[in-house]
Design a protein around this ligand. Structure first.
Ligand SMILES: [Zn+2]
Ligand SMILES: [Zn+2]
Length: 272
């Protein structure tokens, strides 16, 4: 089976991968995962994420500050990240958003910096990677208010209702499914996934977190995105290869990626 898959959201620079990062990327490639979006969560972390992206051809970076970390954020920090964002390996701003579950930054501060980072992404001409937890209504409210600052992006680790999915799609965003889609308790989410247009859906691991069912309790890694793609294929009644191909193209479109540079080369040769 030849498969080419994109993991639209992983954290290769978490301490969990400090000792074997290169082996993790190699295992992903062996599993057919040839494209990984390595997502930043803070200032120093974003620098590291970019350094890693520069090391591996199939790894790209996003820069941004997760809602957990915005309580200590300053305008000058975004200016510093703007310099890094000029690198061709930087494809988006993120992950940004709201997390009212852990509430590690005060709600008002989270709202303020979500808005500011949306505006910042617009200025950079980048799409955004959005994190929302126990905060869907507030996230939608801010996105609608600031729609003028949106240049597309991804709602990562989507876990909401069909109505919520539609609302994010209507804002021009893509929806990314993580390994949580494979969990026994995720029946309602699978029903939502079935109804979504496949040209707006991505798959991700959010590694090292949220391993798909076969690896629950272990460290997650990009190679395991295959399990989520296989499940999505079963839901849509199509082959895993087709899901891989479609989500690969969606990931490229969502992040405005011209990689690998010539897609024609990957198509089977036909007689002319
Ligand atoms: Zn997240
Ligand atoms: Zn994440």
């Amino acid at each position: 089976m030849s498969i080419l898959l994109a993991d639209s959201h992983a954290h290769l620079d978490m301490p969990e991968f400090a000792r074997d990062q290169a082996a993790v990327v190699a295992r992903a490639e062996e599993a057919g995962v040839g494209l990984i979006i390595n997502v930043g969560i803070g200032l120093d972390h974003s620098r590291q994420v970019l350094t890693t992206a520069r090391k591996f051809p199939g790894v790209f970076a996003t820069l941004g500050v997760h809602p957990h970390g915005v309580k200590s954020l300053h305008d000058r920090d975004l200016e510093a990240l703007s310099v890094l964002a000029r690198d061709s390996k930087v494809v988006a701003v993120g992950e940004i958003g709201l997390d009212f579950y852990r509430m590690r930054s005060p709600e008002a501060v989270q709202r303020q910096w979500f808005g500011r980072q949306l505006e910042w992404a617009y200025g950079l001409g980048k799409p955004v990677v959005i994190h929302t937890r126990d905060a869907t209504a507030a996230t939608l409210g801010i996105l609608r208010d600031q729609k003028r600052w949106l240049r597309g992006g991804v709602m990562h680790c989507f876990g909401g209702s069909y109505e919520e999915a539609r609302a994010f799609l209507d804002l021009g965003l893509y929806l990314s499914f993580s390994g949580t889609l494979t969990y026994p308790a995720a029946g309602p989410l699978r029903e939502v996934a079935k109804k979504l247009p496949l040209d707006r859906v991505l798959v991700e691991t959010d590694a090292p977190y949220l391993p798909p069912q076969p690896w629950r309790g272990k460290r997650n890694e990009p190679a395991y995105v295959t399990a989520t793609a296989r499940l999505l294929a079963a839901l849509y009644g199509i082959s895993p290869e087709e899901v891989a191909r479609r989500t690969w193209e969606n990931t490229r479109t969502a992040f405005g990626l011209d990689w690998p540079p010539k897609t024609e080369d990957r198509k089977p040769k036909t007689e002319t």
